[in-house]
Design a protein around this ligand. Structure first.
Ligand SMILES: C[S@@+](CC[C@H](N)C(=O)[O-])C[C@H]1O[C@@H](n2cnc3c(N)ncnc32)[C@H](O)[C@@H]1O
Length: 414
């Protein structure tokens, strides 16, 4: 059978184990791995191939022939058609168990750790309505929606169960002028329930909008940030501490779990008044703000100018904190400080090789690696262990219920 014929072939298979990316792994009759979304381990399913390669294939789920006992009805009518959620067909305990199993498998296979020192996953206090931020795209008719799975096509939505309740009050009322350059519409809610609307476009011209709700609004374009209403930032509170977060700055989307990660770092990092601490990819200073009071000297590294400005405000009370504005791969090779403890929290792609090698040359005694992607985490852990570090433990945190995303904190010592 040629590649073209194979692409549409239909099979009945058993799903064997969960895989990273929201799929389950099965085997085709010729032994090749096939990845199927919306299934559960142990299920017998009918699938149709959508992509056939020499060593593996991808398929779509046509029918569940023998359902798992863990299968439940999804809450959202858009589930399956919208690419935002991947796990609504299983209860929350099963989602957490799957994420632990996937993280273990990734560390075994990609980092070469036979028995990964995994701690129990820290579940999200809310499995629904936990997101303080929501990002929409517009469909051809200017309606708010999300991308279809593995596609840039936009599915207009009528409901979504992930944003915090205030955001769900606001977005259905939003009436936007669908100008062609408008790429993304983001809503964020601060700890005082204040709402910030962020319109991102390629054009300097801001779109018209109306909404029957008091909110701040900004327009981000290559020409810069324009405040359309109110303020250009929000205040997010974590463990009683306020953080200024400007429209272009990153902030953890699950505020309760951000607090859980801070507490994990406070519990496990060996910090003393003599310690020099380096917080790489520090954002607006979430981790730095809680760790700084325990150390003698503290340095942050962050590339986003907006996050750096927020960091300066959020850490203003500390005289022993300094910030390097630049990419980690450019700053770390030139750093003339010897930190004993380093926290890294890179984006999904993990650490750039130049940043990772420079970190190893700094020879810190302890590294906390905060990761939102098990595959790039495993790659970077492998290198750190080759360089003489021992992986003490890895704690998964569920920051993103209903989705396949897995956050974790790994602690390494020399
Ligand atoms: C996952 S966020 C973590 C932020 C912070 N630790 C927190 O928890 O809020 C990653 C941060 O790294 C920054 N970043 C991305 N690439 C970078 C690079 N090459 N060098 C330094 N910072 C970078 C982003 O702007 C973002 O603020």
């Amino acid at each position: 059978m040629g590649q073209h014929d194979l692409r549409h072939a239909v099979y009945e298979i058993d799903l064997l184990s969960p895989a990273y990316g929201g799929t389950c792994l099965g085997r085709l009759p010729d032994g090749r791995a096939v990845f199927v979304p919306l299934g559960l381990p142990g299920e017998r399913v009918r699938v149709r191939l959508v992509e056939a390669r020499r060593t593996f294939a991808r398929a779509e789920l046509l029918e569940v022939l023998r359902p798992s006992a863990q299968r439940i009805s999804p809450r959202c009518p858009h589930f399956g058609e919208c690419g935002g959620c991947h796990y609504q067909h299983m209860d929350y305990a099963t989602q957490c168990a799957l994420k632990e199993a996937i993280l273990r498998e990734q560390l075994q296979r990609l980092a070469g750790i036979p028995e990964p020192p995994l701690r129990p996953l820290v579940p999200s206090p809310n499995a629904w309505n936990y997101r303080n931020t929501v990002q929409f795209h517009l469909d051809g008719q200017g309606r708010l929606g999300y991308h279809r799975p593995d596609s840039h096509e936009v599915v207009a939505i009528r409901e979504c169960h992930l944003p915090e309740p205030v955001l769900n009050q606001v977005w259905p009322q939003l009436d936007l002028e669908p100008i062609p350059g408008l790429e993304r519409v983001e809503l964020r809610v601060g700890s005082g329930e204040e709402v910030l609307l962020i319109l991102e476009s390629r054009d300097p011209q801001a779109p018209e909008f109306s909404v029957d709700f008091p909110l701040s609004a900004v327009h981000l374009s290559p020409a810069g940030t324009i405040v359309l209403a109110g303020e250009d930032y929000l205040v997010m509170e974590v463990l009683g501490r306020p953080f200024k977060v400007s429209a272009p700055s990153f902030f953890q989307v699950n505020t309760a779990q951000a607090a859980a990660m801070v507490q994990n770092l406070l519990e496990h990092l060996p910090l003393t008044p003599q310690t020099t601490l380096l917080d790489v990819y520090c954002g607006v200073g979430l981790f730095t703000a809680f760790l700084a009071p325990r150390v003698g000297r503290c340095l942050g590294v962050e590339v986003s100018p907006s996050a750096c400005e927020d960091f300066a405000v959020n850490l203003d009370e500390f005289d022993h904190v300094a910030l390097y504005q630049g990419a980690a791969e450019e700053v770390l090779p030139w750093l003339d400080v010897r930190p004993e403890v380093v926290v890294v929290d890179p984006p999904r792609a993990g650490m750039a090789p130049a940043a990772l090698e420079a970190l190893i040359r700094l020879e810190p005694t302890c590294i906390a690696y905060v990761s939102c992607d098990p595959a790039t985490l495993a790659r970077d852990l492998r290198r750190l262990m080759e360089a003489g570090y021992t992986l003490r433990h890895v704690t998964p945190f569920d920051l993103f219920p209903q989705t396949y995303h897995i956050e974790s904190i790994s602690l390494l010592v020399r």
